[in-house]
Design a protein around this ligand. Structure first.
Ligand code: PXG
Ligand code: PLP
Length: 442
């Protein structure tokens, strides 16, 4: 008899879950079966407050009607159109809508299906751009320690999270890394952007001297590092990176997969910090997490450099079967409509002060060694248990889930990033529950 006939619907062995302690999970499963606005419902009938917007993506909250309707309508009208040498209207409409909310100068859009693919796409554009400009010797890519740029080979090469890299051989060659910007000795419990450490940007100048500018194509950074546990750019840091890149003809890529679409209280982090990159990668909030989709913004200067040669020739040999998928485009348009109607791309700015006060009120809880915040992002760093790193935070995660609160942990850091529709009453509920969790976890 085939496996198919034998299998029971509730057998969990077949699915090898991503970034999950599979054996622990399958002994004690945590399943969400429905969601609305700020809350999930679990398989055992409990309500869980979403403190993380899913995985930093459900910025407009769950099961929003405009997005659901857009997807339903599109699925019955045009399900798929080939992405190469053909198109459909919504892919163009969406690109225009995105350019409208993009930082000045970001005038063209390439589509992908995830943040990881957006990163690969941006790195390839950078290399190809220099080559079409006659600067093929610019082959190096510079990332940063503790950076997260997804899980594909380019992204883990420029990324700086050791566990995500060490198993996977030589990665891309010609990659170097700047130091991270986490200085807990000087900056612990800072509210917002820290004072100390902006000068570390000059390490980029050191790498330029070492490798020579003529070999460097691009620098990629998260304006605020999310996945590694929320590390903020110190004052002046991003401005200084911009200056060094401009001086040496190096492209600056902001990976805004987390910070894009209102997370900091501005449409993009580039707006928040007043720094203009040459490319921006995005995903997550682009479709409110509902349908996989990512994108990359590039400047006119980059786009136009490719638009030469015979007109019947493909200008850039890159793209995905699902680039600009009709249902993904419909979901993104429904998402942008929701953001616009509810002012969500700037709502974080209104809520940030209340959020900041609330998170810093946990300073006296057991084992808290740092609290960081910006926009509607927060992190609480716990002192690791001696010899058992990650265990204290993971135990807090399990306790929070039991109490009806979804948090995210990485190492011994608790990261928070709620849907941008969050109200003060939800913030009170979130930090009230988290206080109980941290006390119980002592
Ligand atoms: N770049 C950045 C800056 C990200 O944060 C990616 C690229 C990759 O996106 P995809 O869509 O391929 O996952 C990300 C994703 C966490 C967490 O808990 C963070 C991400 C994904 C899942 C969990 O910190 N970031
Ligand atoms: N598009 C989206 C998704 C928005 O959130 C906003 C403003 O918040 C805009 C466009 C700009 O809209 P308006 O011209 O109505 O200010």
């Amino acid at each position: 008899m085939s496996n198919r006939l034998n299998s029971t619907p509730n057998d969990m062995r077949a699915f090898w879950m991503p970034f999950t302690a599979n054996r622990q999970f399958k002994k004690e499963p945590r399943l969400f079966v429905s969601a609305k606005d700020m809350y999930y419902k679990t398989h055992d009938g409990r309500t869980v407050l979403d403190g993380t917007a899913g995985l930093w993506c459900v910025n407009a909250g769950h099961c929003r009607p405009k997005i659901t309707e857009a997807i339903q309508q599109q699925a019955g009208e045009l399900d798929y159109a080939p992405a190469f040498q053909l198109g459909h209207p919504k892919a163009f409409e969406l690109a225009n809508r995105l350019v409208d909310i993009a930082p000045d100068g970001m005038s063209h859009v390439l589509y992908t299906n995830s943040g990881s693919e957006s990163v690969e796409t941006a790195l390839k554009v950078a290399l190809a751009y220099h080559r079409v400009k006659g600067n093929g010797s610019r082959f190096r890519l510079i990332g940063r320690e503790r950076g997260y740029h997804g899980v594909n080979f380019g992204g883990i090469s420029v990324g700086g999270i050791v566990a995500n890299r060490k198993m996977f051989g030589t990665l891309l060659t010609g990659v170097d890394h700047m130091p991270h910007t986490h200085f807990p000795d000087k900056n612990a419990f800072t509210r917002g952007v820290p004072e100390h450490g902006g000068d570390i940007a000059s390490e980029l100048e050191r790498l330029v001297t070492l490798h020579d500018a003529s070999t460097i194509a691009a620098v990629i950074v998260e304006p605020v590092a999310g996945s590694t546990g929320v590390i903020l750019p110190p004052k002046g840091y991003l401005q200084k990176l911009r200056e060094i890149c401009t001086k040496h003809g190096i492209l600056l890529i902001f990976d805004e997969v987390i910070t894009g679409f209102g997370r900091l209280g501005t449409p993009f982090a580039a707006d928040y910090f007043g720094v203009k990159p040459d490319m921006i990668t995005m995903a997550k909030g682009l479709t409110n997490g509902v349908i996989p989709m990512g994108a990359v913004f590039v400047t006119d200067e980059i786009h136009d450099a490719f638009m030469q040669g015979p007109e019947h020739m493909i200008e850039f040999f890159h793209g995905y079967t699902y680039s600009g998928n009709p249902i993904a485009c419909a979901a993104a348009l429904g998402t942008l409509d929701t953001y616009k109607e509810e002012g969500l791309l700037t709502r974080g700015a209104e809520m940030a002060a209340y959020w900041e006060d609330a998170i810093h009120s946990l300073r006296d809880c057991p084992h808290v060694i740092d609290i960081r915040n910006i926009g509607l992002i927060g992190a609480i760093e716990l002192k690791p248990i001696d010899g058992e790193p990650t265990k204290r935070a993971f135990s807090a995660f399990l306790k929070a889930y039991e109490k009806g609160l979804l948090i995210r942990t990485t190492g011994d850091i608790i990261a928070l990033s709620p849907p941008l529709i969050i109200e003060k009453s939800h913030i009170d509920e979130l930090f009230g529950k988290l206080r109980e969790v941290l006390v119980a976890n002592a």
